[in-house]
Ligand binder design. Structure first.
Ligand code: PMP
Length: 392
C-alpha cells in the first residue's frame, strides 16, 4: 500500500544501524524457562517477579471466573461494567496499601495517564524525575499544567524546582519508586521531606516495587516506613501480580474524583472477570506466601554477584532489575541475540527507552528460577560477553 514511504525510510535507517527489532514470540507459558523458536531457554526478561503468571491458584481463580461470570464485562465501569468483584479488588488493594481507597485502571500505563491528566490544570505544576517511565511522561503531556523536570534522584535539583514554582496553586512531585531500566530505588524519604517543607503532593509509581519491596510486597512507601505520607501510590497488576491492569491507591477524595474525571476509567471497558478474580487471588498469595518474595531476593543477590564477578557493568541497581550495560546500541542487540543462541532470553534495550550510549541487556530474575538455571544463565553471559569483547 502506498503512503507510508516516509515511515519505511525511517525503518530502513534503523535496519542499517542495527536497531530494528523483531518481536520474539513465546510459545509456552511465562515461566523461568520459556519456549522460543521451538527451543527451551531461560527467561530473564519478564516482569513476572514472583512467578504468579502461571501460579496454580491464579489459574484456578481465572477459570472459575470465566465459568461463573463469562469472558467479558460488556461495558465501561461507569455505565454497566462495574461488577462486585471490581470493587472487592479495589477494597483489597486499598487495605494492602494502607490507604482509604483505590481504583483499578486497564493498565499501569493508563493509570499514570489517567491520574496525571485528571488532577493537573494550568494553575498547577508537576515536578518529575528525568528518568520517570514513559506513561508518566505521556500523562504529563496530556495536561496543560506547568512542568518541571529534575535531575535523576537529585534532591538539590528537586528543591530548586520546588522553590521556582511557588506561585502555582498545587505542586505535584512524581517519581518512579523503582526505576524500570536501572533498578535503583527513588530516595523517597528525602522526597517526602521536601514535599512536606514546600507543601507539595507526592505521587509514586510503584510498578516495579509492588510485590517486591516492603512488607508482603507493599511497595516503596511501606519499605521506607512512609505509610500515610505519600499522597498517591500507583501500582500495576501486570508485573509481580502476574495478570493485567493498574491501580491508584490514595484518599477517598482522589478516588471519587477519578471516578468522574479519569478518562481511561471513564471511556474504556472494564477488566474481564478472569483478570479481576486472578488479581484478587494474587493479593491473597502475597499475604499468604511471603516465601516467594524471600526467594526472589535470594535469587537477585546470587545473580547480581555472579554478573559482577564476571566483570560486567551492572550499574547501581538495588532490586531484581539488573542492567548489563554495554553502551553501544547495536552491540546490546547482538549480545541479546547471542545469549538467545546460548539458551538465555534477555532483551537488548536501547535508545529511546534508555539514553544514547547506555544501551544494555536488562535482566530480571524471578522467584521461580532455580540456582542451576541461574548458573546456566551466568555461564551463557560469560561466553557471549567474552565472544563480543564486553568482558575479558
Ligand atoms: N510504570 C512503570 C515504571 C513501568 O515500568 C510500567 C511497565 N513497563 C508501567 C508503569 C506500565 O504498566 P503496565 O504494563 O501495567 O501498563
Amino acid at each position: 500500500m502506498k503512503g507510508f514511504e516516509y515511515l519505511q525510510n525511517e525503518l530502513d535507517a534503523m535496519k542499517k544501524e542495527g536497531t530494528f527489532r523483531k518481536l520474539v514470540p513465546i510459545e509456552s507459558d511465562q515461566g523461568s524457562k520459556v519456549v522460543v523458536n521451538g527451543k527451551e531457554v531461560i527467561q530473564l526478561s519478564s516482569n513476572n517477579y514472583l512467578g504468579l503468571t502461571n501460579h496454580p491458584r491464579l489459574k484456578k481463580a481465572a477459570l472459575k471466573a470465566v465459568e461463573e461470570f463469562g469472558a467479558g464485562t460488556g461495558s465501561v465501569r461507569t455505565i454497566a461494567g462495574t461488577f462486585s468483584m471490581h470493587e472487592e479488588l479495589e477494597e483489597k488493594l486499598a487495605k494492602f496499601k494502607h490507604t482509604e481507597a483505590s481504583l483499578v485502571f486497564q493498565s499501569g500505563f493508563t493509570t499514570n495517564q489517567g491520574v496525571l491528566s485528571a488532577i493537573l490544570t494550568p494553575e498547577d505544576v508537576v515536578i518529575s524525575d528525568e528518568l520517570n517511565h514513559a506513561s508518566i511522561i505521556d500523562g504529563i503531556r496530556l495536561t496543560k499544567s506547568g512542568r518541571k523536570v529534575y535531575k535523576h534522584v537529585d534532591m538539590k535539583s528537586l528543591e530548586s524546582a520546588l522553590r521556582e514554582s511557588k506561585d502555582y496553586r498545587k505542586r505535584l512531585i512524581v517519581t518512579d519508586g523503582v526505576f524500570s531500566m536501572d533498578g535503583n530505588i527513588a530516595p523517597l524519604p528525602e522526597i517526602v521531606e521536601l514535599a512536606e517543607k514546600y507543601d507539595a503532593l507526592v505521587m509514586v509509581d510503584d510498578a516495579h516495587a509492588s510485590g517486591v519491596l516492603g512488607k508482603n510486597g507493599r511497595g516503596t512507601v511501606n519499605h521506607f516506613g512512609l505509610d500515610g505520607r505519600v499522597h498517591i501510590q500507583v501500582g500495576t497488576l501486570s508485573k509481580a501480580i502476574g495478570v493485567l491492569g493498574g491501580y491508584v491507591a490514595s484518599s477517598r477524595t482522589l478516588i471519587d474524583y477519578l471516578i468522574h474525571k479519569g478518562r481511561p476509567f471513564l471511556f474504556s471497558t472494564s477488566h474481564p472477570p478472569a483478570v479481576t478474580m486472578a488479581c484478587i487471588e494474587a493479593i491473597d498469595v502475597l499475604l499468604e506466601e511471603p516465601q516467594l518474595i524471600d526467594r526472589l531476593w535470594e535469587n537477585t543477590r546470587f545473580f547480581k554477584a555472579g554478573l559482577k564477578e564476571l566483570g560486567f557493568n551492572i550499574g547501581d541497581s538495588e532490586t531484581p532489575i539488573t542492567p548489563v550495560i554495554v553502551g553501544d546500541e547495536a552491540l546490546s542487540h547482538q549480545f541479546s541475540d547471542l545469549l538467545l543462541q546460548y539458551g538465555v532470553f534477555a532483551q537488548g534495550i536501547a535508545f529511546p527507552t534508555v539514553a544514547k550510549g547506555l544501551a544494555r541487556v536488562r535482566t530480571i530474575v524471578t522467584a521461580q528460577h532455580s540456582e542451576s538455571e541461574l548458573k546456566q544463565a551466568l555461564s551463557a553471559f560469560e561466553t557471549a560477553g567474552k565472544e563480543l569483547g564486553i568482558i575479558k
